[in-house]
Design a protein around this ligand. Structure first.
Ligand SMILES: [Zn+2]
Length: 263
């Protein structure tokens, strides 16, 4: 048993009993830790009221290596920690990224992942309204890649053929690549001939490459199709127990202009 002080990003919290809450934090060195905060029902107790979901702070807790639940002692919210409360789309987008993380048994620290989550939450909080969904997609794709599930986008996942070589003939035939969620990436025109897998056009493929790197494509078309692909990919590779709820919450928030074709 040891007393640990660490940075942490609050991913989720819920009431556990009359007087205590469970808080789940992403930390740089221990992955996700679940903490029980006793006497936290009253807002203001031990700092929780001042740390919002997706906020960052310094947390001190009693760590028992053989347990799943540790005891929270103190929270000090980070100065200037951003609020995502000013837009439901921003908040649901952050919830989506949190859901991906929480569905994975992240028991080891990963500083690169931690820094990425800080970055994407910052971008979700500060992006122009028109770019929020782009950051949700970048957040989802790069988080999946950081968790060990990067989609393969430059060669066919079935025959290893370089997709940039086959691009011209695919466009010439007016055909598109297809995305094989189970195999983990894009398949070439030959391998995709007789399949009914979702289509991915050349520009959607370029956008995907940028999103997986955690960047925002300059213009993103077909957000709704992008979101569906991310959902299918995440559900297949992380197999959450009850499915991801954030996708369904996000879909009605898409603008009509975001739903145009996927080319
Ligand atoms: Zn192929």
């Amino acid at each position: 048993m040891s007393l640990i002080t660490s940075d942490g990003i609050l991913l989720r919290s819920h009431q556990y009993s009359e007087s205590s809450r469970i808080l789940r934090f992403l930390t740089p060195d221990l992955g996700i830790v679940s903490l029980i905060g006793k006497g936290m029902r009253t807002r203001g107790a031990r700092g929780e009221a001042s740390i919002q979901t997706f906020g960052e702070g310094s947390i001190t807790f009693l760590y028992k290596p053989e347990r799943d639940l540790h005891t929270l002692r103190e929270i000090h919210p980070r100065e200037g920690s951003l609020a995502l409360g000013r837009g439901v789309k921003r908040f649901v987008g952050a919830s989506l990224v949190a859901e991906l993380l929480l569905s994975h048994n992240l028991e080891e620290g990963d500083r690169a992942l931690y820094e990425w989550i800080r970055t994407v939450l910052h971008n979700l909080a500060t992006a122009e309204e028109s770019e929020v969904l782009t950051w949700v997609l970048a957040g989802g794709w790069r988080t999946l890649a950081e968790l060990g599930f990067p989609p393969r986008l430059s060669e066919c996942v079935r025959c290893d053929r370089d997709l940039s070589d086959s691009e011209a003939e695919v466009i010439g035939e007016g055909r598109l690549f297809r995305f094989d969620v189970g195999a983990g990436g894009v398949i070439c025109a030959q391998c995709g001939k007789d399949t009914a897998l979702p289509r991915v056009g050349p520009s959607a493929l370029r956008d995907l490459e940028v999103l997986v790197e955690g960047r925002a494509p300059s213009t993103l078309r077909g957000s709704s199709a992008h979101l569906s692909l991310l959902e299918r990919y995440a559900e297949h590779h992380l197999s959450p127990r009850r499915g991801f709820r954030s996708f369904a919450s996000l879909r009605p928030l898409l603008n009509k202009t975001e739903e145009s074709g996927y080319r």
